[in-house]
Design a protein around this ligand. Structure first.
Ligand code: THU
Length: 165
């Protein structure tokens, strides 16, 4: 038996004012993306802004449906938009934020496992790290240097092929 520990390193900022200008702009864009959230059921708005290596930014927001599982998270809305419209794009970084009228969000809202799995796939496809910034509107910011560290046991495609070993 071996006991193994995995460590995650990330940066924590007291507010977006401490971020670089590029990261701050991306956070502000994720806040703007909240406006297009369609969330009549959860009343929980999520917005994301993704910066491509080309400098272009793509926004996304959560889109719900009366048949609940048919809705989609903000992150996947934006990532699949990129997959469909800029199939060869390289993603540099993404910022994610959330807001609800029901209570004050005091900590950054982190992405669900399904979104992390999709982020992992994009990171593997482009073979370079994607920075993830979780931005709390009235609070701190977490900056993670690579998606891989958020889901170290992601399902990856070599599990789908027969082992030749
Ligand atoms: N949601 C996201 O947009 N991203 C996540 O990573 C987790 C949750 C959305 C889905 C749903 O519309 C609402 O937040 C409440 O779960």
């Amino acid at each position: 038996m071996k006991s193994i520990n995995l460590n995650i390193s990330f940066e924590q900022y007291a507010s977006i004012l401490e971020l670089s200008e590029n990261d701050r702009i991306l956070c502000e864009l994720s806040e703007q993306a909240l406006a297009s959230s369609y969330s009549p059921y959860s009343k929980f708005r999520v917005g994301t802004a993704i910066r491509l290596a080309s400098g272009e930014t793509v926004l996304g927001s959560n889109q719900e449906n009366l048949a609940y599982p048919s809705g989609l998270c903000a992150e996947r809305v934006a990532l699949f938009t990129i997959g469909a419209t800029y199939p060869n794009a390289v993603i540099q970084s993404m910022a994610i934020t959330a807001q609800t009228d029901a209570f004050e969000i005091l900590q950054p809202v982190t992405s669900c496992g399904g979104c992390l799995q999709v982020m992992v796939e994009f990171e593997r496809k482009q073979n370079s790290p994607i920075e993830v910034i979780f931005y709390c509107l009235n609070g701190e910011v977490m900056k993670i240097p690579s998606v891989k560290s958020l889901l170290p046991f992601a399902f990856v495609e070599d599990r789908l092929t027969e082992s030749k070993a």
